[in-house]
Every structure is written in structure tokens, then in C-alpha cells.
Design a protein around this ligand. Structure first.
Ligand code: AMP
Length: 222
């Protein structure tokens, strides 16, 4: 399996599709947002700083991210293949990641850019609910993704929560930041010949099928 980078604005489905690929093919799923949220729970200065940055949709310093990425992709569960969700987020991080790969003698793999009209994002972000126990993702504004019982995970019965940064103000900051600093990475990877584009505004099944077709075409799941 090749490694995959998911490149998309928040709410486009990076986390959902990464989890689906993890379950079906055994990829390791590395979400820098999840790593940082976990670190932000530690009651120390760095924990408080990270929490503050996440709640306001501000980037955490590169060095903190690089350290976490280098550690994670060196773990045995990443040997078969891993998905990066939320990293790299700007050109500097894309270059920093190239250096980490060189150092560890690992391959870049492919980059999947999930596209979605901005109008669809609001509903996806503001309606998002996540299971505290298993990380399953729901959406209270979408019949197909609503939990059967309000606030409770269908899969494990865990409590559902709303991310503190899934509010309108933080969402607007994140969308603006994405188009200003993350989208330029698309050209960076296009030039390297590793970029694939997938329309993520269709149903989850349709979009997932399209992702699988790309992976099959690349021989990625062999
Ligand atoms: P996410 O779960 O990917 O939406 O990330 C939530 C928040 O974590 C972001 O708004 C940033 O504050 C922080 N974050 C996640 N990944 C990165 C990254 N690669 N670089 C800097 N900050 C990040």
C-alpha cells in the first residue's frame, strides 16, 4: 500500500474517508487535529497553549507538528501504509514533510484532494458530532448521518460531543486559512505528479467508491 495524504478544507470528509479506508484496508490513520486535541487535554503550559490555538482555529507551530509526525510514521502500525489527515497544511509543512520522509527513507505516496463547494461546508461542520469513545462521526443535519438516539453513538453507545472549534467564527477562520495557505500545496503536489482530485459533494458511498477506484488504479491497495 502507498501512503496517502488527504488534502481538503475542514468538513470535506477527510476524517470520515480516512476511517473508512482504515477499517477496510488497514491503513494507519494519522490526524494531526486528533493528536493535538489529545495533547491539549494535558494540564500544562503546552497543553493550554495548544487548546487555545485549536479553539480559535490558529495553526500550532510547525516544530510541534513535525515531532508528532516523525514519531507517528516511525511506528510499526504505519509500515503497511498510512493516511495523513490535517498535515501538511502549508507549503512550509509540505517541504518539512519531504525532509522527514528523506530522513526516514519513506515514500511520499499519493495525495488526494477532496473538493467541496463552500456552501456545503457550513452544514457539515456545524452539524458534526463525534463519539467520545470510538471517534465515529455523525451529522445532526443530515438524515443519513444522524445518530438513531440523540447524543449517543450507534456503534458503541458512547457519548457524542461537538468539537469546540466547530462553531461559526472558528469555521470561518479555518476556511479562510485553508484557501490562503493550504490550497497552494495543491500545485506543489501537482508538479510532483502525485495529485488526484475527488469531488466530495456526492454521497459518502459514491465518493468512497471514487477514492477506491483511484487507489486500485494506482495499485495502492496491493
Ligand atoms: P483539524 O482536526 O484537522 O480540523 O485540526 C484542528 C486544529 O488543530 C486546527 O484548526 C489547528 O489549530 C490545529 N492543527 C491541526 N493540524 C495542524 C497542522 N498540520 N499544523 C498546524 N496546526 C494544526
Amino acid at each position: 500500500m502507498k501512503n496517502i495524504i488527504f488534502l481538503a478544507v475542514q468538513g470535506a470528509g477527510k476524517g470520515t474517508f480516512a476511517k473508512m479506508l482504515q477499517e477496510k484496508y488497514g491503513y494507519a490513520h494519522i490526524s494531526t487535529g486528533d493528536i493535538l486535541r489529545e495533547r491539549s487535554q494535558v494540564d500544562d503550559e503546552l497543553g493550554h497553549q495548544i487548546k487555545n490555538m485549536i479553539d480559535n482555529g490558529i495553526f500550532v507551530p510547525n516544530e510541534t507538528i513535525y515531532e508528532a509526525i516523525e514519531y507517528k510514521i516511525s511506528q510499526p502500525e504505519c509500515e503497511k501504509g498510512y493516511i495523513l489527515d490535517g498535515f501538511p497544511r502549508n507549503i512550509e509543512q509540505a517541504k518539512g514533510y519531504d525532509e522527514i520522509l528523506n530522513k526516514l527513507n519513506k515514500e511520499l505516496g499519493i495525495v488526494i484532494n477532496l473538493t467541496i463547494p463552500t456552501e456545503m461546508l457550513k452544514q457539515r461542520i456545524i452539524g458534526r458530532r463525534i463519539c467520545k469513545d470510538c471517534g465515529a462521526i455523525y451529522n445532526i443535519y443530515n438524515e443519513a448521518f444522524k445518530p438513531k438516539d440523540e447524543g449517543i453513538c450507534d456503534k458503541c453507545g458512547g457519548e457524542l460531543y461537538q468539537r469546540a472549534d466547530d462553531n461559526e467564527e472558528s469555521m470561518n477562520t479555518r476556511i479562510k486559512t485553508y484557501f490562503e495557505v493550504t490550497e497552494p500545496i495543491i500545485d506543489y503536489y501537482k508538479e510532483k505528479g502525485v495529485l488526484k482530485v475527488v469531488d466530495s459533494s456526492k454521497t459518502t458511498e459514491e465518493t468512497f467508491k471514487e477514492i477506491e477506484n483511484i487507489l486500485e488504479g494506482e495499485g495502492v491497495n496491493n
